[in-house]
Write a protein that binds this ligand. Structure first.
Ligand code: ADP
Ligand code: MG
Length: 731
């Protein structure tokens, strides 16, 4: 094992292949944009007018695509793909494993007379049948009757990866239950479109469609491939389970926005070229806080496409990283002692008339519109905070949330002190009819002032899990390895529900004789009062906030099992059913899958830790101890008793300390194995996850501590595990 570390290190001293992987970037990146995408422009070129219009209708209005049109589209797609060198096609989908899935089929079709042609039909475009039995389904189907199919999602454009035409698809069982991330997301997007469009009729009757937008920010670590391979914990769990923190970490704050190392720059350049070709509009790249941590962000897009692009990106990142002899880590907390990674989800609502509904406007009317969507979003988060928390729950994200580097597990909303004051003003609005004076006052001094306020609203709170940042809300607690679809499904579902309720309440007041604006003010006033306890402007990392939140009755669901238990609350099940996103059965199945995944992840970590501790750490420690013993014996031979006592003192003490730590590890591992076995035997998924959380995880720390102490004692030459400083500072 020690040889593995040193072999890996030996390959490092900037061998040619690492240094010379320089990438030429075309002067105009824009010319590459969408080169490998069956984009609107390409469709215009390849499709008949009838087919093109039909696809556009499907994208914009959600209308069904006729069979004969699907046939035309299939042929056009195939011709285009073949002109780009594609030989295969696949339905590209996002099963609940968390990665993307594809099953490649060839266009090649043998026909009679020993001949063959390239064929692709509407049938094949619309539907494909992967063997669904090995994807997680939470018990919806038994394996022997595994019958699911993937179905084309025309609202996300097809693209080419390598030599395969990829068709974004949803994945559902024959009984109609969703088995992926995309299908429920589409339902939620549809619901929020209807709800927001209907509310928009108060303000602008020209609006016929509202599209939620998402701009994600992806954080990640890069580790040299050889060093990555030398760490079994990284390879098997995506994180380090052991490792003493280096003398230098992120204390100097010298990595954030610092100059990007050459090899990383080459990786980024190649990545950006690939992203451009696939239509992923990446614009921002920079170093992050921790050493070897970076971030990439695109322009925001319509949510469905943005989610697909993030999944696609993670896939491409891993491939491109390999070419530059890096391994990319999406884990939320790959290294103890330095910051972990997240994936901020910036969310807003855009109309088909080109407006951002979370952007204040130029006149009081537009600002009332802004306030309507702004306050409704806050109210939605207030009502369904726990659901939002559950949507970002995972074993890996647990390490990050509340670890004083990421938002706490308590969901709160930050809006900035000035907007907070506006809401306080609105809270004072008279009940029922408003006097002309009050209306003027509101117009001029409350609603009218918003754009000015926002201009100097520079206070940005990095510690809030849900922050308003000028013209969008930013969900900051999403994990870097997550599929954005989960948080986006919840966000759009709760927004839809809230806007529906708002519409009903305002309509009722209007029917009762209030003017439209009066009705809106009246409802908003109540919402502000009801949601006040979720708004928090202070330091989300502080102890005081945890106490204060408790007083306010906000939940602090620190672990995944707690969050997932809350997800099954009847209120949430009913919400999903009302909005038409999930049936009870689907939520149960998904909840089950997440619990099982949680337990499995912890189980694997426990096994890997036991293995490394017993088979790598203990033998190396004993090996070094033997050297010390030899040394002590030698000293005893050549020195007098009195001299020996002085000279061998430190070695003797080290020998004792090594034994102490070795025995801590040995006993710790024995306890861990027992706890793991007990947890594994629990049949109820919720209880099992709780067991792993409360009885298995706490045993990791003692083993780690003993091992990390040994790392500081044992001769560097004998230490088997690649060290933090080597992984974090090799560029
Ligand atoms: P930061 O949060 O790092 O300070 P910005 O405020 O510039 O950076 O924006 C961050 C992200 O917000 C970008 O990825 C961008 O795409 C996204 N974003 C900007 N406007 C919107 C919007 N209307 N809807 C969704 N995302 C948006
Ligand atoms: Mg941000």
């Amino acid at each position: 094992m020690s040889t593995l570390r040193f072999k890996a290190l030996e390959t490092l001293p900037f061998k040619d292949f690492r240094k010379d992987n320089s990438i030429e970037v075309p002067a105009k990146l824009s010319e590459l944009f969408c080169q490998n995408v069956f984009s609107e422009e390409t469709m215009r070129e390849y499709l008949t007018k009838e087919a093109f219009n039909s696809i556009m209708d499907a994208i914009k209005k959600g209308t069904k695509i006729q069979r004969h049109i699907a046939d035309q589209v299939a042929v056009a797609m195939k011709d285009w793909a073949m002109s780009k060198g594609a030989t295969h096609y696949t339905h590209w989908f996002q099963p609940l494993t968390g990665t993307t899935a594809e099953k490649h089929d060839s266009f090649f079709t043998p026909i009679e007379g020993g001949r063959a042609i390239e064929r692709f039909s509407g049938n094949l475009l619309i539907q494909q049948e992967p063997d669904a039995s090995s994807f997680p389904n939470g018990g919806i189907r038994n394996t022997f009757e595994a019958r699911g199919y993937t179905a084309w999602d025309p609202t996300s454009p097809a693209f080419i990866m390598g030599t395969t035409l990829c068709i974004p698809s949803i994945f559902i069982s024959y009984t109609g239950e969703t088995l992926d991330y995309k299908a429920p997301l589409l339902r939620a997007l549809n619901a929020v479109d209807e709800a927001a469009t209907s509310v928009m009729q108060y303000f602008d009757k020209n609006v016929t469609k509202v599209t939620p937008t998402l701009g994600w920010e992806q954080e990640y670590f890069l580790v040299d491939s050889a060093l990555f391979q030398s760490r079994p914990d990284l390879v098997l769990t995506g994180k380090t389970l052991l490792g003493h923190s280096p003398a230098k970490g992120q204390q100097l704050d010298d990595h954030y926005f610092g100059s990007i190392p050459t090899r990383v720059m080459n990786f980024m350049k190649e990545l950006e070229i690939e992203c451009m070709k696939l239509g992923i509009p990446v614009t921002t790249r920079h170093n992050e806080v921790a050493p070897n941590q970076f971030e990439l962000a695109p322009m925001f897009e319509e949510v469905n496409v943005a989610v697909d692009h993030n999944s696609l990106l993670m896939d491409i990142m891993a491939r491109v990283a390999h070419k530059h002899h890096f391994h990319i880590l999406f884990h939320e907390k790959p290294f103890a002692g330095v910051n972990g990674s997240g994936k901020h989800n910036n969310w807003s609502l855009a109309t088909d008339t080109g407006e951002n509904l979370l952007s204040p406007g130029k006149n009081p009317k537009k600002n009332l519109q802004f306030l309507t969507f702004f306050v409704n979003t806050i109210k939605a988060v207030h009502e369904y905070a726990d659901l939002l928390r559950a949507s970002i729950a995972s074993a890996s994200n647990d390490h990050r949330l509340g670890a004083n580097e990421a938002p706490p597990a308590i969901i709160s909303v930050f809006i900035g002190s000035q907007l907070f004051r506006v809401l306080e003003e609105l809270e004072k609005v008279t009940s029922g009819k408003l006097s002309p004076e009050e209306k003027t006052e509101l117009k001029l001094n409350v609603v009218g002032k918003i754009p000015e306020i926002l201009l100097d609203n520079t206070d940005r709170n990095r510690t809030s899990p849900f922050a308003f940042t000028g013209n969008k809300f930013e969900i900051r607690a999403v994990g870097s390895s997550a599929n954005c679809a989960e948080s986006m499904t919840v966000m759009n579902t709760i927004a839809a529900k809230q806007l529906n309720d708002f519409k009903k309440e305002v309509d009722a007041l209007i029917e009762g004789g209030l003017k439209k604006d009066e009705a809106i003010f009246n409802v908003l006033r109540e919402y502000i009062k009801q949601s006040k306890n979720i708004m928090f402007e202070g330091d989300g990392y502080s102890e005081d906030w945890a106490k204060e939140a408790k007083k306010r009755g906000l939940n602090n669901l620190k672990t995944t099992p707690e969050a997932l238990k809350q997800e099954m609350d009847k209120k949430f099940l009913d919400l999903y059913e009302e909005i038409g996103v999930f049936t009870h059965r689907e939520v149960e199945a998904r909840n089950e899958i997440k619990l099982e995944k949680y337990s499995t992840v912890i189980d694997i970590e426990a096994r890997v830790l036991s293995d490394i501790a017993r088979n790598h750490i203990i033998p190396s420690a004993l090996n070094y101890q033997n050297r010390l013993i030899e040394n002590v014996k030698g000293l005893k031979e050549i020195f007098s008793d009195k001299e020996f006592k002085v000279l061998a003192k430190e070695q003797m003490s080290l020998i004792t300390q090594i034994s102490e730590n070795v025995s801590k590890i040995k006993l710790g591992v024995e306890d861990l194995i027992k706890a793991r076995e007990t947890a594994k035997a629990v049949s109820d998924s919720q209880k099992q996850a709780e067991d792993y959380c409360n009885k298995v995880i706490p045993l990791f720390e003692g083993i780690r501590e003993a091992s990390d102490s040994l790392e500081m004692m044992v001769d560097d030459e004998l230490w088997p595990m690649t060290k933090y400083r080597e992984m974090l500072f090799t560029k």
